[in-house]
Design a protein around this ligand. Structure first.
Ligand code: ATP
Ligand code: MG
Length: 286
């Protein structure tokens, strides 16, 4: 275990997110490489910070090959209410699915099927612990040096989502929000079944991998809140390109079923023919 941030040397920046910077770091003595996510909190956000510290406790209990490991949480503020919060994570050499899409444009079905299988395994583990991820999206699905996809960032980005201005908020997190989360009645009714929201977000993320852009909006469009909400709540079924196989279409439609009660569950989807025959699940196989 790593006792102190002073044991680590920064090798470079690997990415920026909403309110945080991710560094590649190396342990000074045993030379292991990690990713260090540094979240900056301003004074007025101390309650969010407190929440993030709480969420970090959940993170430390999680132990699955389908989820990016958290090796420790460091609180540079000590007992004070501000200062940086640092998450030491498993380093994922291949970056995020978002990075992969930026390079390759889109992904073929056989690769998407492997991604789907691993993310479903990860969600099955989390849901088994009664943990809802709530922020499944391409930038939170990371790839290691072996091409294996893992889920990252649960809890942390969820807590952070409220801290930034509306446009960033929309872009970062709301785009993958399920229709029931916009409906306060249904939301109260379904709050204990937030699991269905993770399945919706997975469906959108996988369809985005296939199409190369966010599936509910025209490519290259920067959505405002209203456009996005209308797209999520009023489009009956998103258009899937006709090149897609019927298995893929059927899988995506089970994820993007608008009524959360009728949506596919993780258990059901793991048995779906689109993923059931998949065993490699590597992203570097194309
Ligand atoms: P959000 O803040 O909404 O989560 P985001 O996911 O883009 O948005 P970060 O989680 O801060 O932001 O991650 C930024 C980028 O850093 C990612 O897209 C990814 O490329 C990289 N990254 C994050 N975690 C790791 C990691 N453990 N190993 C390697 N790269 C990572
Ligand atoms: Mg992230």
């Amino acid at each position: 275990t790593i006792e102190s941030l002073f044991d680590l040397e920064k090798l470079g920046v690997v990415g920026h997110g909403n309110g945080g910077i991710v560094y590649k770091v190396q342990h000074l003595r045993n030379s292991s490489v990690y990713a260090l996510k540094v979240l900056r909190f301003e004074n007025e956000n101390f309650h969010l910070r407190k929440k993030a510290v709480g969420e970090a406790e959940i993170l430390k209990q999680v132990d699955s090959e389908f989820i990016v490991r958290c090796h420790g949480v460091f609180d540079s503020g000590g007992d004070t209410e501000n200062g940086d919060l640092c998450f030491l994570m498993e380093y994922m050499e291949g970056g995020s699915l978002n990075d992969v899409l930026r390079v390759h444009g889109s992904l073929p079905e056989n690769v998407i099927s492997g991604v789907a299988k691993r993310v479903l395994e990860g969600l099955s583990y989390l849901h088994g612990l009664h943990i809802v991820h709530r922020d499944i999206k391409p930038s939170n699905l990371l790839i290691n040096g072996q091409g294996e996809v893992k889920i990252a960032d649960f809890g942390v980005s969820r807590v952070l989502a409220g801290t930034f201005d509306a446009s960033e908020f929309c872009e970062g997190t709301c785009a993958y929000m399920s229709p029931e989360r916009f409906d306060s009645d249904k939301w109260t009714e379904s709050w204990c079944n937030g699991f269905a929201g993770d399945v919706w977000a997975l469906g959108l993320a996988l369809l985005e991998c296939y199409m190369g852009h966010f599936p509910l909006l025209a490519p290259g469009k920067k959505p405002d809140w209203v456009t996005l909400m209308c797209a999520i709540c009023f489009i009956e079924r998103p258009e899937i390109p006709s090149t897609a196989s019927s298995e893929f279409k059927s899988f995506i439609y089970r994820c993007l079923e608008k009524d959360w009660r009728r949506r596919g569950t993780v258990t059901e989807l793991l048995r779906h023919p689109f993923v059931a025959k998949q065993n490699t699940g590597l992203v570097d196989s194309f």
